[in-house]
Design a protein around this ligand. Structure first.
Ligand SMILES: Cc1cc2nc3c(=O)[nH]c(=O)nc-3n(C[C@H](O)[C@H](O)[C@H](O)COP(=O)(O)OP(=O)(O)OC[C@H]3O[C@@H](n4cnc5c(N)ncnc54)[C@H](O)[C@@H]3O)c2cc1C
Length: 432
């Protein structure tokens, strides 16, 4: 298939953000490693409280997963509620779920307060069942969520699914009206601009290569060493997501970097777009190797999935373009003759227990593990960590929960075992 590797969202940015030109300040209150949703949301919140903040980004602002994702601002967590309650207890899971709802409200608030033009819309999400058993399980899942958290989801039987989606391959659906959609590249650049306007200093092409503890009399400081120079900081926040590498070896051991890929079609006639997604939902299916898809604000079909498990490379992106196009046509045969204009890939930060985590590691603050839920969750976690760094009580339900290392073979920098994990999930999809 003849399609160039390019990220559609980046094509919608008219004015790229200029980083701070001048050299680093000698000392800051907080140095933040990574300018994605998490690092930038923390920078905005900290700067608004008057802290001196420097954000050091190895590439360009938002370069990581934050510019590459589907722009789905989703409620809930990856794991089923009974699993979560068994693992963490009811009270903690209620706080986790409340955080997932709060995180969408926070994104909305930032978008409104900072005047970020990123097509934010509370369009809701639709999960579609690939097997009858998956649909049968929706009733229990919805009842459990209403019982535990007072949050209501709507079950859509197969015969009513045509009101939600122009595809007849699914066995029913589950709608959550609270979820939203946005243009992630416009959102992350808007977030960066807001943080800069609030007083945070943002440095691009500043790859952090080491962080050392130094003692000056009775005070401890971190010396953050980067490709653009060094900076002293009272506190450090690691917000490097799936792209966490050598500089922070203990955090690196926790991350399982998994590739996810997206294609975007040419602009569709508005009638066809309405037929495919009459309510303009954020849609994903019920498989482990799932597909997720939506219309873009200019009516392209954006269709994503885990076509290859490995993080993105020229080879995996090329292969994904063909696989995803086949997946898209299985769902929507109406798109058989439609041109695919964009394909790109990105890396998700999974953890072994499939949970987001935050807290301190080697005395530095960190947040990681947002997997496919990071648009809202990473924004929320950044703001939450900012409040803890500023001295507020740490009431974050994701902080301090047990955090297993990723097995060798799956962790960042040593991913030779990923194809085996991929095979395991493909088998699960066959048999469950
Ligand atoms: C293809 C794809 C689709 C997705 N779809 C969705 C979706 O629809 N909805 C959803 O909620 N989530 C989705 N996600 C997940 C979501 O994008 C992420 O969870 C979120 O962006 C994580 O934000 P972050 O700030 O933690 O990390 P990132 O955005 O990855 O930012 C980390 C940054 O740290 C920088 N960095 C790393 N190491 C260093 C260093 N040593 N020095 C300086 N900088 C460094 C990197 O360059 C990077 O820019 C998707 C992800 C992908 C890849």
């Amino acid at each position: 298939m003849d399609v160039r590797e390019a990220n559609y969202w980046l094509k919608t940015i008219n004015e790229p953000l200029q980083g701070n030109e001048y050299s680093f300040p000698e000392i800051v209150d907080v140095a933040i490693v990574g300018a994605g949703f998490c690092g930038l949301s923390a920078a905005l919140a900290l700067a608004n409280r008057g802290a001196r903040v420097a954000v050091l980004e190895a590439e360009t602002f938002g370069w990581g997963a934050s510019c590459r994702n589907g722009g789905m601002v989703l409620t809930g967590m990856k794991l089923p509620v009974p699993t979560l309650v068994k693992r963490y207890g009811r009270e903690k899971v209620q706080r986790m779920y409340a955080a997932s709802l709060e995180s969408i409200a926070l994104v909305e608030k930032i978008v409104i307060n900072e005047h970020i033009d990123c097509s934010f819309s509370r369009c809701g999400h639709l999960e579609v069942a690939c097997k009858p058993a998956h649909f049968a399980a929706y009733a229990d899942a919805a009842a459990e969520i209403e019982h535990q958290f007072g949050h209501r989801l709507r079950i859509v039987p197969k015969k009513e699914l045509c009101d939600e989606i122009g595809s007849d391959i699914y066995y029913g659906g589950l709608v959550d009206e609270t979820s939203a959609g946005l243009n992630p590249a416009k959102y992350v650049i808007g977030l960066a601009r807001a943080a800069q306007q609030a007083g945070a200093c943002l440095y691009d092409h500043a790859r952090v290569t080491d962080v050392r503890r130094e003692t000056f009399g009775t005070t401890n400081r971190f010396r953050v060493i980067s490709s653009r120079g060094t900076i002293l900081a009272k506190d450090v926040l690691l917000a490097s997501g799936a792209y966490t590498i050598l500089a922070t070896p203990n955090l690196r051991k926790k991350v399982i970097p998994i590739g996810s890929y997206i294609i975007a079609s040419e602009v569709l006639p508005s009638e066809l777009a309405r037929e495919l997604s009459p309510r303009n939902r954020m849609i994903y299916d019920s498989k482990h190797f799932l597909h997720y898809y939506r219309l873009t604000p200019d009516n392209r079909m954006l269709f994503g999935g885990r076509a290859a498990f490995f993080p993105e490379s020229e080879r995996t992106v090329r292969r994904s373009a063909e696989l995803l196009r086949c997946g898209m046509i299985d769902v929507y045969p109406q798109l058989r003759d439609v041109k695919v204009e964009f394909v790109w890939g990105g890396t998700l930060d999974f953890t072994l227990d499939v949970m987001p985590h935050a807290g301190t590691m080697d005395d530095m603050y960190f947040a990681i593990g947002f997997a496919g839920h990071g648009v809202a969750a990473a924004t929320w976690m950044g703001a939450k960590l900012a409040s803890v760094i500023s001295g507020d009580r740490d009431d974050n339900p994701f902080s301090g929960i047990s955090f297993p290392d990723a097995p060798v073979g799956l962790r960042s920098g040593h991913t030779w075992g990923l194809p085996l994990a991929g095979m395991y999930y493909r088998l699960l999809d066959l048999f469950t």
